[in-house]
Design a protein around this ligand. Structure first.
Ligand code: CP3
Length: 351
């Protein structure tokens, strides 16, 4: 079977496969004991830049759960590390930058780095190892952070709840904001292009924190930079954000996104009513339900599948990432359930 017939790639092309493809954001990593064993003694970003380790961690959840796609094990801040920016990922906290980028001169300093100069050798090597192992049955999804979500960390210097400093910069110094976001788009695009060149079949742009923006700010200060991050990437794009219901239609990036990821707050049929018939939806199992008794989870997953049938095609996923305390057996069971339910033909689903 050629890779293009894989259910995930068919769904992205707008063809409803016989069963719904399923993968999980954050499937590679924290909830898996075999991951924790491998990671002992290696810092997160060093693991990302060690090709055989990154490849093995990418493959672990594919072997364990039989998901319909691998997601490349890396992080949204890896291309910034490759650009020479001083960043670490603190366990339990997230990305932390030695020098936050807050003023016009900070922006001058960081944008002086040429995104085309990033050495992506280790990324490409890791992707090639993964793709060789996955063969022509399972596609690999590459990914990058969207400019706003990267800026939310970079301007603040670390994780924050409301991303006030990044949002303030848009209004206090829009020129600096646009230069910074434009540069971040180029950095993420370089990262995506490397993964694509080495064999990733699709890419996901994570704008996890876009939900903190007003629709007007999203449109004026963010969407054009997100579109630039995927410009010229010749692969289907999945565009994901949390809390983006108020401007979900804009997440289509003017038709550039093959699929839009929806969080757990918005039922998929309501998302489809906003998004229209020519885009695939991805989502939206509530991560909070993963610790519920199985009958509760099963009923919820069936409901998500039923509502997802309103779309031209549906990729089953969580509404956000796998929580670290998740029992991996529950994820395996969700995959088995999804694969046991036959999808309705699109014409019937639309009724
Ligand atoms: O999805 C996958 O399994 C593939 C790998 C992946 C990671 N990060 C590995 C990781 C992906 C796709 C990401 C993307 C990412 N990184 C996002 C967007 C997705 C999302 O969840 O919203 C964001 C916001 C980041 C930044 C980041 N990196 C955070 C907030 C954290 C968590 C810090 C913590 O420990 O709570 C990280 C660290 C991180 N990235 C881990 C993993 C497996 C945990 C690190 C560890 O195991 O020590």
């Amino acid at each position: 079977m050629p890779l293009n017939d894989a259910p995930l790639l068919r769904a992205l092309a707008g063809i409803r496969p016989e069963t719904t493809p399923v993968w999980f954001m954050r499937q590679a990593g924290r909830s898996l004991p075999e991951y924790r064993d491998l990671r002992v003694g290696t810092r997160m970003l060093d693991a990302c830049l060690t090709p055989d380790l990154a490849a093995e961690i990418t493959l672990q959840p594919v072997r364990r759960h039989s998901v319909d796609a691998g997601i490349f094990f890396s992080d949204i801040v890896v291309p910034l590390r490759l650009a020479g920016v001083e960043v670490e990922i603190e366990p339990g906290r997230g990305p932390v930058f030695a020098e936050p980028v807050r003023t016009a001169s900070d922006v001058d300093r960081i944008t002086a780095i040429d995104p085309a100069s990033l050495d992506t050798t280790q990324i490409e090597e890791a992707v090639r190892l993964v793709v060789a192992e996955l063969g022509d049955r399972t596609p690999l999804i590459g990914f990058a952070g969207a400019p706003f979500t990267l800026a939310a960390y970079l301007v603040e210097g670390g994780p924050s709840k409301e991303h006030l400093r990044a949002r303030a910069m848009m209004h206090t110094d829009p020129e600096s904001w646009n230069r910074l976001a434009g540069w971040l788009a180029e950095v993420s695009r370089t990262f995506l292009a490397a993964q694509r060149a080495a064999g990733a079949s699709a890419v996901q742009l994570f704008d996890s924190w876009a939900g903190s923006l007003s629709p007007a700010d999203y449109r004026a200060f963010v969407a054009p930079h997100s579109a630039a991050a995927v410009d010229g990437i010749d692969a289907p794009v999945i565009h994901f954000g949390v809390g983006t219901g108020p401007f979900l239609g804009d997440m289509r990036l003017g038709g550039r996104a093959a699929a839009v990821g929806v969080d757990w707050r918005l039922p998929l049929d309501e998302a489809v009513a906003v998004l229209g018939p020519d885009v695939t939806v991805q989502g939206n199992i509530d991560p909070a339900l993963l610790t519920a008794p199985w009958p509760v989870i099963e009923a919820h997953v069936r409901e998500v599948l039923r509502r997802g049938a309103a779309a031209r095609a549906h990729i089953l996923n969580l509404g956000h990432g796998v929580p670290p305390e998740t029992d991996p057996a529950v994820l395996t069971r969700i995959v088995e359930l999804a694969h046991s339910v036959r999808t309705e033909p699109a014409a019937e689903a639309a009724r």
